[in-house]
Design a protein around this ligand. Structure first.
Ligand SMILES: [Zn+2]
Length: 451
């Protein structure tokens, strides 16, 4: 420590006040926020006035509906709480009810609505709920609990998830119309991958009562994981080489779901149709690891090229090399390096022939070698790497692995996180909107009520 020196430590400098400019900014904001609310209220009143008086026809049977009552309704928005009086109509024949003014405004009684709801959901998509609530205070000047942010994210997330489900179903039917395909690309790259997500063991949320602390979460057991599958779509010609050997992707579309293999492929298919990327002559290049579920569904695409991810192919070679030469040995390095060079040169058959000539000394080695030979023989038709490189298809699934990290790991796989099925599904749907630069879609979705 510096205690031998004579002069005492000096506190780092801190100004007595925020800068004048900061004070001006905040003063204007404080002054104008109530005026914004006033003006917004005035416009809501005007809209309510213009909608008054005309009784709607029943959506069910077409009969003229009758006004039942008019009640005060309020909701929370960006600049504060808004209020209006809302008429409720009832159909005398089928007893259906509606409140046309609320439908017109697109707000929900008593709830956070409009742009504030979307901004809170945006925070929840990038940060855990308690942090999102704190960000809401700092960025928006809004006081809200983590639970409040959670609720908004659930409602908008449900809307986004339902929309995406609906789109999948729509395009799964051949009568569903996609975007025009005149400008469809010659080649589309599709890669898929899966990772596991820790799920909640209990069926209900733990509730805090009084000051009592919540009991700790039980340890995760086997089987309390669900696989999240992610797929990436991109155009090979849009990949640019930023530095030799390093490709960065300009545009890519991510698809993700907590579901089975069919679900992710339905989503990928729907996204291709939405983009107009699946023309009559479009070649779909599918990159995957050895997983059967990928190749079984790849056959949905008539014009396709299947590629076994190059790094997965090498991983299997490493397994055998480590067993034969020892982990970290130079011989193992050299042996795998040779295989990598040969595979890149398109010599997969020569590699298999060479492997078959080996005479392993132990049963364990024999087993490992047989499995490697089997893996390469099974996938030989997906290992023409020289050709894929020449055609510009690429040979690795790096795009999907990094996408996976962005979609899932960065928000849903932080330390100790567990998810309910619905919670994960909703947050994934919102996260995809953000990462696909499609967030504004949320402006056109109605919040779903959740139970
Ligand atoms: Zn009716």
């Amino acid at each position: 420590m510096g205690e031998v020196k004579s002069s005492p430590p000096v506190r780092p400098w801190l100004a007595d006040h925020p800068s004048q400019f900061l004070l001006l900014e905040r003063a204007v904001e404080d002054e104008y926020r109530p005026r914004m609310l006033q003006e917004l209220q005035r416009r809501v009143d005007a809209l309510a006035e213009s909608a008054r008086g005309s009784s709607p026809a029943c959506a069910g049977c077409g009969q003229q509906m009758v006004c039942q009552d008019v009640r005060p309704v309020s909701w929370l928005a960006r600049f504060g709480r808004l209020r209006t009086r809302v008429a409720r109509y009832r159909c005398p024949a089928c007893h259906g009810e509606c409140r046309p003014l609320l439908d017109l405004l697109g707000v929900e009684p008593g709830r956070i609505s409009g742009s504030l709801a979307r901004l809170l959901a945006l925070l929840a998509v990038v940060a855990p709920y308690p942090l999102a609530a704190r960000l809401a205070g700092l960025l928006l000047g809004v006081t809200i609990s983590p639970m409040g942010v959670w609720r908004v994210a659930q409602r908008l997330g449900q809307a986004a998830a339902s929309y995406s489900d609906g789109l999948s179903q729509y395009h799964a039917d051949s009568r569903g119309e996609g975007a025009p395909t005149q400008a469809a690309p010659a080649t589309v790259l599709l890669s898929v991958d899966g990772c596991s997500l820790g799920m909640q063991v209990r069926a209900r949320r733990r509730r805090q009562t009084g000051a009592e602390r919540l009991p700790p979460l039980p340890a995760l057991e086997e089987g309390h994981f669900r696989e999240v599958k992610t797929g990436v779509l991109l155009l090979p010609q849009e990949r640019v080489e930023t530095s030799p050997g390093r490709r960065s992707v300009v545009r890519r579309f991510l698809v993700s779901c907590l579901g089975d293999a069919d679900a992710i492929f339905h989503r990928l298919y729907a996204q291709l149709r939405e983009l107009g990327w699946l023309g009559a002559n479009t070649m779909v290049v599918i990159v995957g690891d050895g997983a059967e579920w990928i190749w079984n569904r790849a056959t949905w695409f008539i014009q396709r090229c299947e590629i076994l991810d190059f790094w997965h192919a090498l991983e299997h070679a490493w397994d055998f090399a480590h067993l034969r030469y020892g982990e970290g040995s130079q011989q193992a390095d050299q042996w795998v390096h040779q295989i990598a060079c040969d595979l890149k040169a398109g010599k997969v058959q020569q590699v298999i022939t060479r492997l078959k000539r080996l005479r392993p000394q132990s049963p364990q080695l024999r087993e490992s070698l047989d499995s490697l030979i089997h893996y390469y023989s099974e996938n030989a038709n997906r290992m023409h790497y020289d050709e894929y490189l020449r055609l510009g298809y690429g040979i690795g699934s790096g795009a999907v692995e990094s996408a996976h990290k962005q979609v899932v790991h960065a928000r849903l796989r932080q330390a100790g996180m567990r998810w309910s099925e619905a919670g994960a599904r909703r947050l994934l749907a919102l996260r995809l909107l953000l990462l696909n630069d499609n967030w504004s879609l949320l402006d056109r979705l109605r919040m779903d009520s959740i139970v």
